[in-house]
Design a protein around this ligand. Structure first.
Ligand code: MCN
Length: 754
């Protein structure tokens, strides 16, 4: 049982635990001082950003159990270990922490004010970093001389991840010389590494097992205090220790997502051609820099701010700010929904300003397929994508042409109807490692896979990726079935165990297919090559003459053939085997892609608003996605639908709220934090366009796991504002709750109304 801070900001004057040890069932009670005495290291982020002026980001230490200060409600201060949960809970009540409460700040903009409470000595002004891309002076000049400029102040609402299964950690320190950690994580190898560094143990002394995890959504892909605490306590006590977060506890223990305040300006000419874009974002990092917490709003978000458009001059600045809130980090989409939202809101606003059709302004600015590879003015180069075609297909399937008529029909029935559009590009499968590490990553972005054909012809594949709802066991098996020509039922996919898969990076950033799947494909190629050598020997032919197809090796142009199963048998019982060739039929590959896999797509949505209550009903939703070559359309569509459900949540109802006075989490339960329900989700028509396979990976596949989340908030807001346009409402901040919409309608009707 973790004793957590009830304060958002306080100095710890002392922690009194003497009454705890004698309680029934109590095995131990520990505080930050015990971890300090054991030299347990800090929770270092795995991505460090460099500010525009060349200074490294501020990296104040974060301790798994707080040592002298607490900086957010829920920060762990002590841990009580007992035989039963009830005993641990009762005993934890007896831990007395002497806090000196301090003023707290939860809003990132307010945290930048001179008078704001200061969180860390190492971060004056609460600034962690000030990141920039693009030439600001060029962009400012272009904006100053442009015929038209639209400016928007946008809030990207803070979100709380709510996977079905809460986080959990179980560590067994009872086996001599080995610490086994069962952990509901998306990144087994990262956690093995961070825990080993903190506990000063060799990585080989830790086995991390992450069995099927019930949802992760990015927030389970990061390192948490509980992992260190449980591992350290089990190691110290040489016995098993378990922590399972309760639903309520996870509200104050899990990373949160988004929380941007952005001022964005778009300059354009009389025809609506974009001329320049300037974006300033204040990103709330929370109390500490989480694992990738600094990279998401800087390196990742800024790289996407060209979107699918040909804007010649772009400059972006992101200030990462500490506040007395839970750390923010990746949440499905991780920087891309934020970028898409900024761009699509600006595009709609520019269209409104010129009286241009919203699809038309996009068409005029989309990067053409003939311009590929296209170098954006802020860094990345897109290697493929037919953005105009995707938009055209979308408008077609969504019946855009008929939307005006549908709107008029709805109006006759006193209803407000609106149609929304959003286009996006997504940097799936962050890569290559050298590029990411040059931007501050402290981990590689490769993936490792091993393919093993057993003597009976069945196949085992081991990958460093991790499945927590994406259907890897199906799609990876499909890749192997098609490469090796064996039935799906004979293939076993193994992930999430660092002893079985000693090397890997995990699942995040929609990377598993583009990076993991490619590693798998490369390993399969090696296995086939080896099989050819064995077949050549057995068939007394030259290796060059052996072909492999449908699970059989044959001499080209003859009917002399051997099955994969026969070859695997010989590779394990080598009565007649090529001299000098290693036994067995298995091989491994490590794949580090040469670049991102540029998924892209377009979303359209139609909504109906209730004039009296402001309630939005999404009545139609359409997407066209380019995720390259599709391995399993059903899984991809499911991924896109799930993403849209989360994007709908962000657009219409989800909002993490802290009390601005004292930093208490007000949306701390599912009664207060409004997740979308099944009946909020419309039927989604999803089309997959496979014309533009990824040119640089062997599968041609691009990621799809976050696509839905990226386009949905922008498309839904576009539709709602379209529905409201006759009433003079031009902007509402996320999420578009009935209350906010209703208020906006009243204010538009009568500016003095509220
Ligand atoms: N796929 C395919 N063909 C393609 C692309 C993908 O068949 N061209 C398949 C893949 O083989 C895989 C699935 O689609 O089975 C998703 O692949 P990919 O896009 O590579 O994404 P990842 O597997 O790396 O999953 C990560 C992504 C992220 S970042 C979040 S967050 C997320 C998500 O996936 N969290 C999820 N989807 C989720 N789905 C569930 N149910 N639960 C989560 O926590």
């Amino acid at each position: 049982m973790l004793v957590r801070s009830p304060h958002a900001h306080a100095r710890i004057r002392g922690v009194e635990v003497s009454a705890v040890a004698a309680q029934p069932g109590v095995a131990a009670v520990f505080t930050g001082a015990d971890m300090a005495a054991d030299n347990v290291g800090p929770m270092a982020p795995l991505w460090a950003i460099t500010s525009a002026d060349g200074r490294p980001m501020a990296e104040p230490p974060r301790w798994a159990l707080a040592r002298d200060m607490v900086r957010h409600v829920g920060e762990p201060v002590a841990v009580v270990l007992a035989e039963t949960l009830a005993q641990a809970r009762d005993s934890a009540e007896l831990v007395q922490v002497d806090y000196e409460p301090l003023p707290a700040v939860i809003d990132a903009k307010l945290a930048l004010r001179e008078c704001a409470p200061q969180l860390h000595d190492a971060a004056p002004g609460n600034i962690c970093f000030c990141f920039a891309r693009g030439d600001d002076s060029v962009v400012r000049k272009a904006i100053a001389s442009a015929p038209h400029v639209v400016r928007l102040d946008l809030i990207n609402n803070r979100l709380i991840g709510a996977a079905i299964e809460p986080r959990a950690v179980l560590a067994d320190g009872s086996t001599s010389g080995k610490l086994t950690l069962y952990c509901a994580t998306q990144v087994p190898h990262h956690i093995r590494r961070t825990v080993s560094e903190q506990l000063n143990l060799p990585q080989a002394a830790i086995r991390l097992i992450a069995p099927d995890v019930g949802g992760g959504f990015g927030y389970k892909g990061k390192h948490y205090p509980e992992e260190t605490i449980v591992a350290w306590a089990a190691w110290r006590l040489r016995r098993p220790v378990k922590w399972i977060g309760t639903r309520s506890e996870c509200f104050i223990a899990d990373n949160q997502g988004r929380d941007h305040q952005t001022r964005a300006e778009l300059a354009f000419d009389d025809e609506g051609h974009f001329l320049a874009l300037r974006v300033e974002t204040i990103a709330n990092l929370g109390a500490y820099v989480s694992t990738f917490g600094a990279a998401i709003p800087s390196a990742i978000y800024s790289a996407l701010l060209a979107g699918v458009y040909r804007t010649p001059a772009i400059a972006v600045q992101t200030i990462g700010v500490f506040t007395n809130t839970l750390p923010t980090d990746a949440y499905r989409g991780a920087g891309r929904p934020e970028a898409c939202y900024v761009l699509e809101r600006l595009a709609d606003e520019a269209a409104r300003r010129l009286g241009l059709d919203r699809a038309e302004i996009r068409r005029r600015n989309l990067i053409d397929v003939t311009a590929m590879p296209y170098k954006t003015p802020i860094g990345p180069t897109y290697d493929c994508g037919n953005f105009p075609k995707i938009l055209t297909r979308l408008l077609d399937i969504a019946g855009y042409a008929g939307s005006v008529e549908r709107r008029a029909l709805a109006a006759r029935a006193k209803k407000l109807r609106g149609f929304g559009i959003a286009c996006f590009v997504e940097s799936s499968g962050v890569a290559p490692s050298r590029f990411a590490t040059a931007l501050g990553a402290r981990v590689g972005f490769f993936e490792a896979a091993t393919v093993r054909v057993q003597p009976d012809g069945s196949v085992q594949a081991l990958l460093g990726t991790h499945n927590h709802g994406q259907g890897h066991a199906t799609t990876f098996a499909q890749i192997l079935a098609s490469r090796l020509g064996v039935p799906l039922s004979t293939i076993a996919i193994i992930e999430g165990d660092t002893d079985q898969v000693p090397f890997g990076s995990g699942t995040f950033g929609s990377r598993s297919i583009a990076v993991g799947g490619s590693a798998l494909d490369c390993a399969a190629t090696k296995v086939i090559e080896k099989g050819k050598h064995i077949a050549a020997h057995l068939l007394e032919a030259s290796v060059e003459d052996i072909t492999f197809d449908g699970g059989e090796f044959s001499i080209a142009g003859t009917d002399r053939r051997l099955t994969l199963r026969e070859i695997a048998g010989v590779a394990h019982v080598p009565t007649n085997y090529p001299f000098g060739l290693e036994l067995g039929l298995q091989d491994s590959a490590v794949y580090d892609p040469p670049g991102f896999a540029w998924s892209n797509g377009a979303h359209a949505c139609e909504v109906e608003l209730d004039r009296d209550t402001g309630k939005v009903r999404v009545i139609g939703y359409w997407t066209v996605d380019d995720v390259g070559t599709v391995i399993n359309p059903m899984i991809v569509e499911g991924q896109i639908q799930g993403g849209i459900a989360q994007g709908l949540g962000q657009a219409l109802c989800e909002r993490c709220v802290y009390d601005p006075e004292n930093g208490q989490l007000l949306s701390g339960s599912l009664m207060d934090y409004a997740l979308p329900r099944a009946d909020d989700i419309p039927e989604i028509v999803s089309v997959l366009d496979e014309d533009q396979p990824c040119p640089h990976n062997p599968l041609g596949a691009k990621g799809c796991g976050e696509a839905g989340t990226i386009g949905a908030p922008a498309a839904i807001v576009s539709a709602v504002l379209d529905a409201l346009k006759g009433l003079g409402v031009t902007g509402i901040q996320l999420p578009l709750t009935p209350e906010r919409i209703w208020k906006a309608m009243q204010i538009a009707k009568n500016p003095g109304a509220l």
